[in-house]
Write a protein that binds this ligand. Structure first.
Ligand SMILES: [Ca+2]
Length: 326
């Protein structure tokens, strides 16, 4: 039986890569893609998802618009990490009819409905700020227990931050939502932290091989990364390089890989975690409670090592699209 997925995304370039990985995976059925602000405004995120589905010839998958801002604080806090539109600011052929292609149902309602219709069968893959998920558990307190499992790209385990000193982007964009999700989602939870992704980076030589494949999805990826500083081979320009050295890191793709092929993850930490909300330096940081000081009943699994050869193959395959798929 196909594995049922809902992808919650703030569709930047690495989300695009992760979505393509899910589209290319055998035995995966994507029930819907729910959008959230983050790498760009939610309206841009919706258009980006539609674009990715169009490139891969999979426009039948429903796309839902979700939260435009965090639960608390300014709602215009988006990143320009992948350009202001989230996909490198190079796409000129905007679809003027995109709003008609978005489902009318709100992303959070859609998530609750789809999971209720497919109880204990849905894997939820969260690739952006966790606002939609936090709202889902507020609207339906039983939502987490109806999930099969949850995969998150976000947080950190070593106190290293990419946007602030101590916090990773997705958690820093909406710390309250990250807190709610990690306190109240008692389903099996698998996290790819920022450092986990960075410590399993690939080479820029591999990246060249990846985007120079002869297929529409690869050409699309080559186009949207061409002008983007996050894909600059010039090293030491960002915190990632300073902390971990140069390399190609497709963050969200690690969380997706863990979902579509669990054998990609070769080593994990099992621990309780909590998100810091009060700290002036560490707000949004994920604290890892390996000595059980918090006395929490629920542990999560945080990836520490992956099989890079397998992961590379998933990436390569994801850009050889459109592909024939029943
Ligand atoms: Ca993302």
């Amino acid at each position: 039986m196909a594995k049922k997925l809902i992808i919650d995304t703030d569709c930047g370039i690495d989300d695009a890569q992760a979505i393509m990985m899910a589209l290319a995976a055998p035995d995966v059925e994507i029930l819907g893609i729910t959008c959230v602000f983050g790498n760009a405004a939610v309206e841009n995120v919706c258009q980006n998802v539609l674009k990715v589905l169009s490139v891969c010839d999979r426009e039948g998958i429903p796309v839902f618009r979700g939260s435009a801002g965090p639960l608390v604080g300014a709602s215009n806090a988006v990143s320009d990490h992948f350009g202001t539109d989230g996909l490198g600011d190079v796409l000129k052929d905007k679809d003027p009819l995109w709003e008609k292609k978005i489902q009318r149902e709100h992303a959070v309602n859609a998530m609750i409905r789809l999971v209720s219709e497919n109880q204990n069968q849905v894997s939820l893959v969260a690739l952006g700020p966790l606002t939609n998920l936090a709202l889902a558990v507020r609207l339906d307190p039983c939502f987490p227990q109806k999930l099969r499992d949850l995969y998150i790209m976000g947080g950190n385990v070593e106190g290293k931050g990419n946007v602030t000193l101590c916090a990773e982007f997705n958690f820093a964009m909406d710390p309250e939502s990250a807190y709610v999700v990690l306190e109240e989602f008692f389903c099996p939870t698998y996290i790819t932290s920022w450092e986990s992704a960075c410590r399993n980076s690939l080479t820029w030589e591999f990246f060249e091989e990846l985007i120079n494949q002869d297929a529409p999805a690869a050409r699309f990826m080559k186009t949207i990364t061409a002008e983007c500083w996050a894909y600059s081979r010039e090293s030491m320009r960002n915190k990632r390089d300073v902390y971990f050295g140069p390399g190609f890191v497709s963050y969200d793709a690690y969380a997706m890989a863990a979902c579509v092929d669990s054998s990609v993850v070769t080593e994990s930490i099992e621990s309780a975690v909590r998100v810091e909300l009060q700290g002036s330096i560490a707000r949004g940081m994920m604290a890892v409670d390996r000595t059980n000081q918090l006395k929490k009943s629920h542990n999560v699994f945080i990836m520490t090592k992956c099989d890079r050869a397998k992961f590379s193959q998933l990436l390569l395959k994801s850009l050889r699209q459109p592909c024939k798929k029943s």
